[in-house]
Design a protein around this ligand. Structure first.
Ligand code: ASP
Length: 408
């Protein structure tokens, strides 16, 4: 059986067992959740060395600063454009579903959102004062900055000085990819262990009052993928969207169950290189960047939730306020970490930007995990679509390489 099929089976089994354990969720959280925890720890173990090594190699293999600037420019332009589009879809669906109209507000709910950092703070923090601390803390934006500088520095040195340095990180990146393959053998069980407790504790009874919000986010995610990513890969990369989605499926399922795009990164890189044929050079540059700064699903969710909160409190948003939401959610998603629940914290920035009551966050918090699963999958598929189209426009897409690795 193919690994992808096994992972999907793990997901389905998790949903079924989760529903069965709905009356005794403690069994799922005590005995099944640790299996998921083990899987998450395994993939988290390789993220910092993987991002550091693959970005150093990615930046140095691009060759010169001009090409790096061109690839970087395309990547960031695509990330920002698609994210702005995603918030717009979120706002439209929020309007269409009118999820918050007539909803009783359980005001006793606690507001649990932490204070989100300001935009300026986020931007300044991109440059690490102590890169080793950034590595130890797993601060992705800082690691990316440091790795890019190391890669660029190495390209400007004469070959005999730069080679040993680059070769070392190249080997390190290869070793990390190998470890990813080993860990992925455990993925079907890990996915089962992650999904079961989520379904058991967020069963139908928790979801029903807010089912319209869940529907709006899920439908929005499906629309965004089928409109934006399908046309981008079809029109720009000239590959069939079905092939693309099939290729990225292992990463999408891992994102769905872990709710972490950073955590999924090793699987995203593996799927994009082996199943879609994106070159090492583009994948190792575009994907670590995307896992940290590109969050289309999160932005879409913020559009839906902002409208939901406005409707609950009977506030009519003007066109200007909606434009502010698009801008804030797009820029805010850059500073959102690729970890579970980060989007909920950033939602406070979006609500604040148009003066909506922050108490609204408490309404969403109860079902956030279920929304997080969908938005994280979209975040990851978005990164993969960027890698695919950047590779196509740079002549770095190896069609004959697609699905060249036969999964046993
Ligand atoms: N969990 C999301 C991710 O890792 C971020 C979010 O909470 O929206 O991509």
């Amino acid at each position: 059986m193919k690994l992808t099929t096994k992972i999907l089976l793990g997901l389905v089994a998790g949903v079924i067992v989760g529903l069965l354990l709905g009356s005794a969720p403690e069994i799922a959280t005590t005995y099944i959740k640790p299996i998921g925890g083990l899987f998450i720890n395994l993939i988290k173990m390789i993220i910092v060395p993987l991002v550091l090594s693959s970005l150093i190699v990615g930046a140095s293999s691009v060759g010169d600063i001009k090409t790096l600037g061109r690839i970087g420019g395309k990547t960031i332009a695509y990330y920002l454009l698609t994210t702005a589009f995603a918030v717009t879809i979120g706002l439209l669906l929020g309007n269409f579903f009118q999820a918050g109209v007539g909803l009783e507000v359980p005001m006793s709910a606690e507001v649990t959102a932490k204070e989100a950092p300001s935009l300026i703070e986020t931007l300044l923090n991109i440059v690490p004062r102590n890169p080793i601390k950034g590595l130890v803390d797993g601060n992705m934006l800082q690691i990316i900055t440091f790795a890019l500088f190391l890669g660029i520095g190495a390209t400007t040195l004469p070959d005999e000085k730069a080679k040993p340095f680059i070769n070392f990180f190249d080997s390190l990146a290869e070793v990390m990819y190998k470890i990813t393959s080993i860990i992925m053998e455990f993925a079907p069980y890990g996915v089962f262990g992650l999904i079961t407790p989520v379904v058991a504790t967020n069963g139908p009874s928790v979801l029903i009052p807010l089912i319209k919000v869940v529907a709006a986010v899920y439908i929005g995610c499906i629309l965004h993928a089928s409109i934006v990513y399908s046309s981008a890969v079809k029109l720009i990369a000239k590959i069939s969207p079905i092939k693309f989605f099939k290729g990225i499926l292992p990463a999408a399922v891992t994102a769905f169950s872990t709710s972490s795009s950073s955590g999924t990164l090793p699987v995203t890189i593996k799927s994009v290189k082996e199943n879609i044929g994106v070159s090492d050079k583009v994948a190792s540059f575009v994907l670590p960047l995307g896992a940290t700064i590109n969050m289309d699903g999160t932005a879409l969710y913020q559009g839906v939730c902002a409208l939901f909160v406005a409707q609950v409190y009977g506030i009519d948003l003007t066109m200007g306020q909606m434009a502010t939401i698009v801008l804030t959610a797009t820029l805010g998603s850059i500073g959102t970490a690729g970890v579970p629940g980060a989007g909920l914290i950033m939602l406070s920035i979006v609500l604040k930007s148009v003066g909506l009551p922050l108490e609204g966050i408490a309404l969403i918090a109860g079902i956030d995990r279920v929304l997080d699963m969908a938005r994280t999958s979209i975040n990851v598929i978005g990164d993969a679509s960027a890698a695919t189209i950047v590779a196509a426009t740079e002549n770095e897409l190896n069609i004959s390489n697609q699905f060249n690795v036969v999964e046993e």
